[in-house]
Design a protein around this ligand. Structure first.
Ligand code: HEM
Length: 451
């Protein structure tokens, strides 16, 4: 007990000193309301945790990785003891897995950590979408977030080629062909991506993108994203009440739970759980390195990207879908997400008040899931019109019926119930307002005089 008090006092004193000398509570790590002690309010922080693990594990991998397609002089046969001349990029990856102490754990956790980060970024985005956090004053937070998502996917794309396996090489080429077919942007991008057209040039560009350019862009975007978050404070719970405030006053801000140590340790707890799970999975199911680019003995290789791009690969398999159409439609979806705050103009944030936008979100999620599974099961297999309609149409139809029924039921019952109970000023999701003064209890003498 004595130790706990001493520990807390010391921590408070150190943090108090830092806050005082930096003026930090005014510009960073602001106090947050007590209701935010739920994982759903910190999905973005979980993405930051995942990003930090990627940075640390990536820097350690950099100590051994060689971004070169030249034949390696190091023995890196697929069966230990045999010598095979494979590209240095592949050989150095082989070396990390088989020779560097804990190298396999490091590489596998970096790869699975990338999957987790992309998955968490999607969760963070869709959570914000469903709960309407993109509405005023958080429009810019949303737009910077969309750019962060793009940068995260860019990290996945550029990192995929680095082990220089035949699988990743084929998939990267398909991705590049898609990008180059873009009208106007394609010819502009070409020289940047392809360089002098050699494989070394491509690998070097992917490498520089992965370890330098995109991380710098991500750092800058993340700084802007978090600065905006600090300036607006956390978004309140979703509400049907358009008059509700979406920002805390300075006074309320000061009364909230301090970031340090409460929120910091709350997030740290989740971060440690994340790292433990990630390392556990990486140790139990280490990644197996597929064969290298140019291995003439390899047969039956299928071109397949990582799971987060499978939907796009499957889309190109649809009869009549050209690369230009596939990339064009992807851009339309991206633009829709980017500009969402300006498309959904109602002040109500609760999902039940935004049926059209909820329908679109459900359709996007349904489409993405279906295409990902489909792409995984039948990569590269062409799909004809009847199958397309048979599988895609139910997503939109079922979704439209479900959203409509919920909305209809809500319109009929919910508002009627609130009005009947005279509670229209107590719709859920309100920021805590100053307590209404309770009239003082009458004094005994007053009661007696009334009688
Ligand atoms: C690499 C990807 C991303 C990272 C690291 C990140 C990080 C964060 C962090 C740390 C916060 C503070 C609150 C929280 O922890 O949830 C936040 C809030 C926010 N993010 Fe992200 N984010 C990312 C991607 C996105 C995307 C893709 C969107 C949407 C398109 C987005 C939109 C927002 C919005 C609107 C807020 C304010 C939410 C609130 O006040 O509750 N972010 N983000």
């Amino acid at each position: 007990m004595g130790f706990e008090r001493w520990f807390n006092r010391t921590l408070n004193r150190i943090w108090g000193f830092v806050e005082d000398r930096t003026g930090m509570p005014k510009w960073a790590l602001r106090p947050q309301p007590a209701f935010s002690f739920k994982p759903s309010y910190w999905t973005g922080a979980f993405v930051v945790n995942a990003f930090l693990w990627q940075v640390i594990s990536g820097m350690l991998l950099l100590l051994y990785y060689q971004p070169s397609v030249a034949p390696s002089l190091i023995a890196c046969g697929q069966t230990p003891g045999t010598f095979s001349v494979a590209p240095a990029a592949w050989c150095s990856t082989y070396y990390i897995i088989n020779t560097v102490p804990m190298g396999s754990l490091l590489l596998s956790s970096h790869l699975y950590g990338a999957y987790a980060m992309i998955f968490l970024a999607f969760v963070h985005m869709f959570r914000g979408y469903y709960l309407g956090v993109y509405k005023a004053p958080r429009e810019f937070s949303w737009m910077v977030g969309t750019l962060l998502l793009l940068a995260t996917l860019g990290m996945g794309f550029t990192g995929y080629l680095l082990p220089y396996t035949q699988l990743s090489y084929n998939a990267t080429n398909v991705g590049i062909v898609l990008a180059l077919r873009l009208p106007y942007a394609g010819p502009l991008l070409g020289p940047f991506i392809l360089g002098d057209g050699t494989t070394q040039s491509l690998l070097s560009r992917m490498f520089v993108g992965h370890v330098l350019l995109i991380p710098i862009a991500m750092g800058a975007l993340l700084y802007a994203h978090i600065a905006l978050f600090e300036s607006h404070g956390i978004a309140p719970p979703a509400t049907s009440d358009p008059t509700q405030r979406r920002r805390f006053s300075d006074k309320e801000d000061k009364e909230h739970v301090p970031f340090m140590p409460h929120i910091f340790f709350y997030i740290t707890k989740w971060a440690l759980l994340y790292i433990g799970l990630l390392l556990g999975i990486a140790a139990l199911w280490p990644w197996q390195l597929p064969t290298y680019v140019g291995n003439l003995t390899a047969v039956g290789l299928v071109t397949e990207p990582d799971w987060y791009f499978l939907w796009l690969f499957k889309f190109v398999d649809f009869y009549g879908v050209t690369p230009v159409l596939a990339v064009g439609m992807t851009n339309v979806v991206l633009l829709y997400i980017l500009l969402l705050p300006f498309l959904d103009r109602t002040k109500r944030t609760h999902p039940r008040d935004r049926p059209l936008f909820i329908f679109i979100a459900n359709s996007l999620v349904g489409f993405f899931l279906l295409m990902t599974v489909w792409g995984g099961l039948t990569p590269g297999q062409q799909i004809l019109y009847p199958s397309i309609v048979e599988r895609i149409a139910p997503i939109f139809l079922v979704n439209a019926v479900v959203v409509f029924l919920f909305y209809w039921r809500y319109e009929r019952h919910y508002r009627a119930r609130l009005a009947a109970a005279g509670q229209s000023n107590r719709l859920p999701g309100a920021y805590p307002t100053a307590p209404t003064p309770v009239p003082a209890a009458p004094r005994a003498s007053e009661v007696a005089s009334r009688e």
